[in-house]
Structure formats: structure tokens, C-alpha cells
Design a protein around this ligand. Structure first.
Ligand code: ZN
Length: 169
């Protein structure tokens, strides 16, 4: 829903700029006409294509909404400086500066690199109401976000380590 209203706002802004561009184009330098790059790129593949690219565990978690066993990912304990990317499309999703020790056994972050890069969806499986987190570029299931995280956001992005690849700084 939030994503929907953001895209509505963006389209309204874009439509507004398209109306204004012809009026003001004589006064603007060419680079001012470039529209902001707010929408993430898209990567779309078939299930068979993903299966070929990913390990069985990566495929199960990211494409079939699986959950890795707690304390099994080496990334849960990784406190090196760097960036965590989507294992499917390689988009940078989280920075090590927002990672914290949650004690859950899954890599935990208080914020993604940008709000546009992760999608949040309502998940009512297993008799719980949770907020699922997906990669906005390729729809990979990453994990869930909870409202019991540390400052400054109060959010806890609880992410499957197998859905991430770590690029050291
Ligand atoms: Zn992705």
C-alpha cells in the first residue's frame, strides 16, 4: 500500500514535470531536464532460470519464501565493513553500518540502503501477521521487518543470510 502511494506520488510529480518542461525548457540547462532516478531497475526471470542460477538453498529461500535455520548463516556473525547485496540480482540492499547484533541468529539491520530498494508486503502465513521484505528489483524474498529494532528507526530487518551476498569494503 505504502509502495503504491509512493509510486502514485512519483507519477504525479513526473506528470507535473512533463507539463512544466515545455513551458520552462528555454530557461533550463539540459541536465536539469533529467528526471530523478527514483524507480529501481527490474530483473525478471522464470522459475527455471532462477533455479539454474541459484543453489537449492538460495532458490528455496528467495524464490519459494523459505526461511533458513537460525544461526546457520556465516553472515549473521559478520561484522566487517561492507555492503550486503541481493543474491539473485546483486542489487546493494543493506550497509554494514546499519547491521546490529539481534541475537536471533539471522543477519539484522535497522534500515535498508533506501526505502525504494525493499518492498514490504503483509504476510499472514503460519497464523501470524508479519511484514515480509522483498528485493524491489527482482522480488526475492529476503525476510521480515519487525518494529522492535534499535534507534534511529526502531525497525529490525530480519534477513535470511542465504538471500544476501557480502561485498567487503
Ligand atoms: Zn534482487
Amino acid at each position: 500500500m505504502k509502495q503504491q502511494s509512493i509510486s502514485n506520488t512519483i507519477s504525479r510529480l513526473l506528470m507535473g514535470s512533463l507539463v512544466l518542461i515545455p513551458l520552462f525548457s528555454f530557461h533550463l540547462r539540459p541536465e536539469r531536464l533529467t528526471l530523478p532516478d527514483t524507480a529501481p531497475r527490474r530483473v525478471e526471470k522464470t522459475e527455471a532460470e532462477w533455479k539454474k542460477l541459484l543453489t537449492p538453498q538460495q532458490f528455496y529461500v528467495t524464490r519459494q519464501h523459505g526461511t533458513e535455520r537460525a544461526f546457520t548463516s556465516p553472515l549473521a556473525d559478520n561484522h566487517e565493513a561492507g555492503t550486503f547485496h541481493c543474491v539473485c540480482c546483486h542489487e546493494p540492499l543493506f550497509r554494514s553500518t546499519t547491521k546490529f547484533e539481534s541475537g536471533t541468529g539471522w543477519p539484522s539491520f535497522y534500515a535498508p540502503i533506501s526505502r525504494q530498494i525493499v518492498k514490504e508486503l503483509k504476510d499472514t502465513t503460519y497464523g501470524m501477521v508479519r511484514t515480509e521484505v522483498q528485493c524491489a528489483v527482482c522480488d526475492a524474498h529476503l525476510g521480515h521487518v519487525f518494529e522492535d529494532g534499535p534507534a534511529p528507526t526502531g525497525l529490525r530487518y530480519c534477513i535470511n543470510g542465504v538471500a544476501l551476498e557480502f561485498i567487503k569494503k
